[in-house]
Design a protein around this ligand. Structure first.
Ligand code: NAD
Length: 524
């Protein structure tokens, strides 16, 4: 694979795809190291992994430069989109991983399980395969890697073939951490290599990318079967109500649609404005888009993937052919594309239905809140959305009606970077979660445990069976869940209940367990 910079088409290096046999041996090495790693206390694992922040901080400029060269990003996009969320996540898990992964006591009925204690525990899967896209190659590879590691797994990882030099950078950074040798393994290559990674038999797959690849990955993972978590694309809607702060909404829309040249899974791809403020907002957008600077170190950088241009051109041409008006022609200089605002658009256009993943912002009017919700939900995708209004309770009510995995009121895009919020989609946007407690739990499986301290020789549900035992158990069931108030249930089943006296009792240990299980749980 010859890697070319989207900035100026300069060659960045030549890479060979990792052969299938090597993937197998890398996976075996990661699995061996993972056994040892899983025995280390969570807090120690988290501290070792979080040491990465010091390396990221020391190498910030070099990292931003590499991300710019490989992905066409401007430095602020690299800093805000790749480094910031990753570093915040490391710090968050350093502080909270121990509590998130700690066993949780579960209340246990003394009538059903006298003198027993129950809990839910978490165990790492083993080796996670991380497969990532080109648009945020550092963050979307390293965030699942660090999460998998802190949860106690080994990792095999592959960046997009377009971001191979970022894969090298990640390997270099991980090598400086005090991790067991072999625990993390870099794989290089494209689609076929990704397929070979799954065929090699990791214990789970965490995939970020497009719908087509996500489907193919799930099909392959089903052959083992192993869990496949999918973080897919979006067609995010921004809903601006008539009482919104229009200047703030305009600035947010310009940023939300055009940062990283629109190649953002949570980029604003559909803007809906109330008809009373549509024209005023459009005027502000036209003013704002004209001021954006498209250059390597300004507001908007280059497309990170040359194949993206054909999609952007197709969506633009289809919209214009169907009557859309635009802030200007679709122009590019190399892979630097001038952002365009489009209006007079409708849902019959590709630009309102398919992921454009480029610097195009269509705006459409709605008549009332019901129509806004209907339009926003009229999409195959369901990743992120935002609602804009000065009436916060009304905006939140509206946001709750949206079919998305995440929403923000009066903010845009950056809710994905909140380290405590589990982020992910619904519908064609996938169902994986990363960040927050949910993201960490996703890299482990739950184990339920029940320990009895009973000294009785026999339990009520053990042999011998027979008609008499059936009647007793039937009475117990009716007492527990039957009709009427408890007194009535007790009186009509008194005889049956007496037969259970030999199994009951007051067990201080169980009372203590249950009291602790009932303590309010902390929200991380
Ligand atoms: P892609 O699906 O083409 O590729 C993603 C990765 O999967 C690459 O590493 C690629 O080599 C690999 N791959 C492709 N086909 C495969 C297969 N059949 N088996 C195994 N591996 C395979 O996506 P892309 O073009 O690199 O990225 C853009 C997409 O990613 C957009 O749709 C974007 O919305 C989505 N994305 C989603 C999120 C999120 O958090 N939900 C974040 C960023 C990007």
């Amino acid at each position: 694979m010859h890697i070319i910079s989207p900035l100026d088409q300069a060659p960045l290096g030549q890479y060979t795809a990792t052969p299938a046999a090597e993937i197998h041996s890398k996976l075996a090495a990661a699995r061996q190291a993972a056994g040892e790693w899983a025995q280390i206390p969570v807090q120690t694992r988290a501290a070792k992994v979080a040491a990465l922040n010091r390396l990221l901080s020391k190498n910030t400029d070099r990292i931003c430069q590499t991300l710019g060269l490989c992905g066409g990003k401007v430095p602020c996009d690299a800093l805000l989109g790749d480094l910031f969320p990753l570093m915040a996540q490391l710090e968050y898990y350093r502080k909270h991983a121990k509590n998130i992964l700690a066993p949780k006591r579960v209340f246990t009925s003394p009538l059903m399980f006298p003198d027993a204690a129950a809990a839910m525990e978490r165990k790492p899967f083993g080796v996670a395969a991380v497969i990532s896209p080109w648009n945020y190659p550092l963050q979307l590879t390293l965030t699942p890697i660090i999460t998998a590691l802190i949860a106690g797994n080994g990792v095999i990882y592959k960046t997009s073939e377009l971001s191979a030099p970022v894969g090298d950078l990640i390997t270099e950074l991980l090598a400086e951490l005090q991790l067991p040798p072999g625990l993390t393994q870099q794989i290089t290559g494209g689609r076929e290599t990704g397929q070979a990674m799954i065929d090699a038999g990791p214990d789970m797959v965490f995939f970020t990318g497009g719908l087509a690849a996500g489907r193919a990955i799930m099909q392959r993972a089903a052959q083992h079967p192993i869990p496949a978590l999918l973080e897919l694309g979006g067609k995010d809607a921004m809903l601006v109500l008539e009482d919104a702060d229009l200047q703030r909404a305009c600035n947010a829309a310009l940023y939300g649609a055009f940062n990283n040249s629109g190649q953002v899974c949570v980029g604003i791809e559909r803007l809906y404005a109330h008809r009373d403020c549509h024209d005023a907002l459009l005027a502000k957008l036209l003013d704002g888009v004209a001021k954006l600077k498209v250059a390597p170190d300004q507001d908007v950088g280059a497309l990170g993937n040359p194949a993206q241009w054909a999609i952007i051109e197709e969506h633009y041409a289809d919209a214009v052919a169907q009557g859309a008006q635009t802030s200007g022609p679709l122009q590019r200089d190399g892979l630097f594309v001038k952002p365009v605002v489009l209006w007079n658009v409708h849902h019959g256009m590709k630009i309102m239905r398919e992921e454009s993943f480029g610097p195009l912002l269509p705006i459409m009017a709605f008549a009332d809140a019901d129509e806004a919700v209907r339009l926003a939900n009229d999409s195959a995708f369901g990743l992120n959305a935002s609602v804009w209004s000065r009436n916060i309770p009304a905006a939140e009510r509206l946001a709750r009606q949206l079919q998305v995995g995440n929403w923000a009121v009066n903010d845009v895009v950056r809710n994905i970077g909140h380290p405590g919020l589990g982020f992910g989609g619904v519908k064609h946007s996938g169902f994986g979660r990363y960040h927050g407690a949910e993201g960490l739990l996703a890299f482990s499986y739950p184990v339920s445990s029940l320990t009895s301290r009973s000294r009785s020789e026999v339990e009520a549900n053990w042999f011998p069976y027979g008609a008499e035992r059936y009647a007793q158990l039937r009475g117990f069931l009716d007492f527990m869940y039957g009709e009427g108030p408890i007194k009535q249930r007790f009186l009509r089943n008194r005889v049956a209940l007496q037969s259970f006296r030999r199994y009951s009792g007051i067990y201080p240990r169980q009372i203590w367990h249950n009291l602790r299980a009932l303590l309010p749980k902390r929200v991380y």
